[in-house]
Write a new protein. Structure first.
Length: 435
């Protein structure tokens, strides 16, 4: 985790003290269940809670023990015994390290998902607000980076809103998939521990029992989780790249907010750069970088190995922390985005009416011209305009072959900007409902 791109709420999920607190809760809840089953004394379970529930675990001490034992869970259990006393011998009865590690990881991932879902809600709120603000603000649509036909800036934002609505649905599903608990012992057979212990711990930790584990919780669940994070990161970058293009000097249809006292360049005082959007592109790359190791972690030897462990120690915190920061930054960027409708109109008019070429093409076909002939007639009048050698409407009116099919009034009718926007309300209702 890099402090520059880390918010404290998400970082706290991955702090050692939080991890050890979760480990303790898993062990203590398991002790409660074992006590109810008569496997360990009830007083022992009560003592575990009484002695360690409010304890601050000594991270340095645990690290010291691990340097000798070369085993993180044993190091923690040894330190826990120092706090609890003799009754600690009843902790971890019939359990294996993965029961603690995997269940803890899934608790952390579900908590992280809850924060990310709240972040997405902020993005959705900002997108909806600005989409309705610019619902009918005309701008040019581009394909291949080239002027195509008119759209509205509100539609661009509505597209993003729909995309992040899907992102939210996927993350809800990924959270559900990863919210499982395994307390099944060595190789997952429950030979040394009753399955009812797992059920008790799962309920206490807000999880559900893993139907079948092989000493580890299956990593296809985690692969799906991190894949969803990668897709969300790509959605973040898609908006960021759109804003970066729109802020280019030659376009300048929208621009990141530039605060009082902000500096754009150490050398050129005039610069106002899309630094937030560029930052989001970089952060998105890092989140996506963890998708591949998550997929590769699915493949473990037999009932378990620890080839996934080192990767997960990095990817769990880094991917969630980075995406959390990116989503919050994106929400703020959208909320404060400077929009320039006059420049959008200027760019719309830049090609001298060529954006209406398809309407003219269709009008010709409806008047009897073959599609091939209509295309040639429109294109031969469009290309001079593309080169800056005239006005599309006037050239069409002067073309005798075009006039065989269309009157001046009928040609002019095809240049109505409002025609392109007649279904904006329909699209908005599909995206936002009746609001």
């Amino acid at each position: 985790m890099i402090p520059r791109y880390t918010r404290p709420e998400m970082a706290s999920i991955w702090e050692p003290q939080t991890r050890f607190k979760i480990w303790f809760e898993i062990e203590a809840h398991a002790a409660d269940a074992l006590a109810e089953l008569g496997t360990i004394p009830k007083e022992a379970a009560k003592t575990v809670w009484a002695k360690a529930k409010n304890a601050t675990f000594d991270v340095a001490r645990i690290d010291e023990i691990e340097r000798e034992t070369k085993h993180d869970v044993i190091a923690f259990l040894t330190h826990l015994a120092e706090i609890v006393g003799p009754e600690a011998r009843f902790v971890h009865q019939g359990m294996t390290s993965s029961d603690v590690l995997d269940t803890c990881l899934n608790v952390q991932l579900t908590r992280a998902a809850d924060l990310l879902l709240a972040d997405i809600d902020k993005v959705l709120a900002a997108l909806k607000k600005r989409a309705f603000e610019h619902k009918m603000t005309p701008t040019i649509g581009r394909s291949h980076g080239i002027h195509a036909e008119p759209v509205t800036f509100g539609l661009k934002l509505a597209y993003a809103y729909a995309e992040f609505t899907r992102a939210k649905e996927r993350l809800i599903a990924a959270r559900k998939e990863v919210a499982t608990c395994a307390i099944s012992g060595a190789v997952g057979t429950f030979a040394q521990i009753d399955p009812r212990v797992e059920e008790h711990v799962a309920k206490a930790m807000g999880l559900v029992p893993e139907p079948i584990s092989t000493q580890v919780i299956p990593r296809d669940r985690h692969a799906m989780y991190f894949s969803v994070l990668g897709v969300i990161a790509s959605s973040v970058e898609r908006i960021a790249v759109e804003i970066r293009h729109m802020q280019r000097t030659e376009v300048l249809e929208a621009e990141e907010f530039f605060s009082e006292g902000q500096k754009g360049s150490s050398a050129m005082p005039h610069k106002r750069n899309p630094v937030l959007s560029e930052n989001l592109t970089g952060l998105s790359r890092m989140v996506r970088a963890y998708v591949t190791p998550a997929l590769e972690n699915v493949v473990l030897w037999h009932e378990r190995d620890i080839s996934h462990s080192s990767a997960e120690r990095m990817m769990g915190p880094d991917a969630t922390v980075t995406l959390d920061f990116a989503l919050v930054r994106l929400a703020g960027l959208i909320d404060k985005l400077l929009v320039y409708p006059a420049n959008m109109q200027k760019n719309l008019d830049r090609l001298g009416g060529l954006v209406h070429s398809q309407r003219v093409l269709l009008a010709l076909t409806q008047k009897g011209a073959s599609r091939e002939d209509a295309y040639k007639l429109v294109q031969r009048n469009a290309m001079p305009v593309w080169r800056g050698e005239g006005d599309f409407l006037q050239l069409l009116k002067k073309d005798a072959e075009v006039k065989k099919y269309l009157t001046d009034a009928e040609i002019e009718e095809q240049f109505d900007l409002g025609y392109h926007l007649k279904h904006v309300d329909t699209i908005f209702k599909r995206v936002f409902g009746e609001s």
